[in-house]
Ligand binder design. Structure first.
Ligand code: ADP
Ligand code: ZN
Length: 515
């Protein structure tokens, strides 16, 4: 089947064992990184077994593409989702009942509808594939309530084998998928999550646009790549700036006209050396083997997100770079977004936990890959192909500077209702008579000028790492004012030592000093 339908010579990794298991009627839980080849694990058994392979997927936008790709190989595939009109749906339903379909893609919410369930009752079903199975995990990064309904599959059609697949594999998510989908008897297949050809690098932001330009020009000139930004606005700005510098960049975000989006995506896939500047709306289901770099201009919200997005680089196995510029503002902004997010306290705690894990990866002085894989429950040793392995960062005892910064916050706290950013704190510490310092009389604070031993950049790094380690917090005033956290007192009392990562010293380049 692999050879006849897909024209491939051999299975990859554990595909053969997984397929054997499902063909024989057993359940399977598959954890495999993006690009690992999950689709064949359910497509092949769908064709080998009698009946229709039913694939539950939340990626409605990709269903047409998936169906077209299968059709190109002669597989009769169809889908049912909310984008269809009644006529088209009726036609698909007729084909399902009469067995004119090999594979049926279903949006999860379809299964809540009794008519869909009775349709499946009337059809012969080869298997259920639950794609993006981590969506069932409430503590995961991409929970979808409709996925909780999928326990119906087992209850209503107990004899049909199920295969659940995901590229998110924290041990916690793994357990939760298994429990919520009732996969008690499933065989578990956990692939190696390491992507050895990807070099991981995370550097402090000094001037993100200039850093990105330098990175692309010196290491990936003329290469295809993806640059991720948090907002549509910064996508537009960054793409325009790259184009102005002679780099073939295109924007992609949900706010663009659908036709523009499609055209840009097609151009990225078809032509060589296009840099796609995008929000995370871009990339899911994109299979371009020669993406040489993925750059993040803003910090992702979770390690899962970071891994998935960087995983789009180097699917062809050739050397590729995952590059992230990360700064104080990222932390402030994301903490603020969590504070202001809707949902209950438990939800906010969960977002915080995801962010903390991402921050720990950014600030680690260990091998990035070791940290990353450990997050997915996989043990490894120092890789030799990440920034901390290639240039081990120094760590230093930042307790005294931390105390100086926290003492300043304590003093400012007494003047209630004040709003000031980190820059103002740094001005006070370094003894700068800025207009605002003079206006507010902050040059008379006891901590004014006590931090002249460090530069502005050093102080920002101190603030960033205190935030990352939770020794300061961001107030809920919407201005990003730094306030004390529950653990600040430990530092002020000298009960803990604050270890900090020393930011690499960069030789200043032209254009870099602009702020
Ligand atoms: P995933 O869903 O795990 O991200 P895909 O199923 O999309 O990965 O597979 C990634 C790419 O690898 C696809 O282009 C697919 O055709 C290819 N592929 C998967 N298995 C094999 C194989 N055994 N031989 C050759 N190519 C394969
Ligand atoms: Zn390493």
């Amino acid at each position: 089947m692999l050879h006849r339908v897909w024209g491939y010579d051999a299975f990859r990794g554990e595909q053969a064992q997984i397929i054997d298991r499902v063909v024989a009627g057993g359940d399977a839980l598959v954890l495999m990184p993006t690009g690992g080849g999950k689709s064949l694990c359910y497509q092949v058994p769908s064709l080998v077994r009698d009946g229709i392979g039913v694939v539950v997927s939340p990626l409605i936008a990709l269903m047409q593409d998936q169906v077209d790709a299968l059709a190109a190989n002669g597989v009769r595939a169809a889908f049912l989702n909310s984008t269809q009109g009644p006529d088209e749906r009726a036609r698909v339903e007729r084909d399902v009942v009469t067995g004119q379909v090999d594979m049926l893609y279903l949006a999860p919410e379809r299964l809540k509808i009794e008519s869909t369930r009775s349709l499946l009752d009337r059809a012969r079903i080869a298997l259920f594939a639950i794609d993006e199975a981590h969506c069932v995990a409430q503590w995961g990064h991409d929970f979808r309530p409709d996925y909780l309904e999928l326990s119906v599959l087992h209850e209503r059609w107990p004899d049909v084998p199920r295969i659940a697949l995901t590229a998110t594999a924290t041990p916690q998510t793994h357990r939760e998928i298994s429990a919520r989908l009732g996969l008690d008897d499933a065989a578990h297949f956990v692939a190696d999550f390491d992507r050895p050809n990807i070099q991981y690098r995370i550097e402090p932001k000094t001037g993100a646009m200039q850093q990105l330009l330098t990175f692309i020009r010196t290491e990936h000139s003329g290469d295809a790549g993806i640059v991720y930004c948090l907002s549509r606005n910064s996508v537009e700005r960054t793409a325009a700036a790259l184009v102005q510098q002679g780099i073939a960049a295109l924007p992609y975000h949900a706010g663009l006209d659908a036709r523009v989006r499609e055209r840009n995506q097609a151009q990225f896939l078809r032509e060589d050396g296009i840099v796609m500047v995008a929000t995370i709306a871009f990339g899911m289901g994109i299979d371009k083997p020669d993406v040489r770099f993925v750059a993040h201009l803003d910090m992702p919200k979770s390690v899962e997100g970071y891994y998935q997005e960087t995983g789009r680089a180097g699917r062809d196995g050739l050397p590729s770079t995952a590059w992230l510029a990360y700064g104080l503002n990222d932390v402030v902004q994301q903490r603020r977004m969590i504070d202001q997010s809707e949902g209950d306290a438990a939800h906010r705690r969960q977002l915080s936990a995801h962010l903390d894990a991402m921050l720990a990866l950014c600030e680690t002085i260990e091998c990035r890959r070791v940290r990353l894989l450990a997050y997915f429950g996989q043990e490894s040793s120092a890789c030799g192909n990440c920034d901390t392995c290639l240039a081990p960062p120094e760590s230093w005892d930042g307790t005294v500077p931390a105390q100086k910064l926290l003492s300043t916050i304590v003093r400012l706290d007494r003047e209630r209702g004040q709003r000031y950013g980190v820059a103002h704190l740094v001005d006070i510490l370094t003894g700068k008579q800025s207009p605002r310092v003079t206006e507010l009389g902050h040059d008379s604070l006891a901590t004014f000028g006590i931090g002249q031993d460090l530069s502005d950049a050093d102080w920002k790094a101190v603030a960033r790492q205190l935030l990352a380690q939770g020794y300061v917090a961001v107030s809920g005033d919407g201005y990003g004012t730094l306030v004390l956290s529950p653990t600040s007192a430990e530092v002020l009392a000298g009960r803990v030592e604050v270890r900090m990562r020393r930011d690499p010293v960069k030789t200043p380049r032209a254009g870099r000093t602009r702020r």
